[in-house]
Design a protein around this ligand. Structure first.
Ligand code: SF4
Length: 76
């Protein structure tokens, strides 16, 4: 599994990750920031959203992380 962490404090809600990897990332309406979709979500707070995705989604998730203008997405 691939661990994905979104730093919601850093996220500027530009929407890039939602379009690059819509399977994994979505808008959290309560904070206006990105969160991990429920299917892959491990935990979610106002400051951080953590998920685990299968290996086959590593490529789009890494692409989203590399495309994030503020480096708010970590993949490991
Ligand atoms: Fe937030 Fe980065 Fe996603 Fe833009 S690409 S919405 S800044 S996590």
């Amino acid at each position: 599994m691939v661990k994905v962490v979104v730093n919601k404090e850093a996220c500027i809600a530009c929407g890039v990750c939602w379009s690059v990897a819509p399977q994994v990332f979505e808008l959290d309406p309560s904070t206006g920031k990105t969160r991990i979709k429920e299917q892959y979500r491990v935990s979610d707070s106002d400051t951080e959203s953590v998920g685990e995705v299968p290996e086959e989604l590593r490529e789009p998730v890494e692409k989203a992380a590399n495309s994030c203008p503020v480096g708010a997405i970590s993949v490991s």
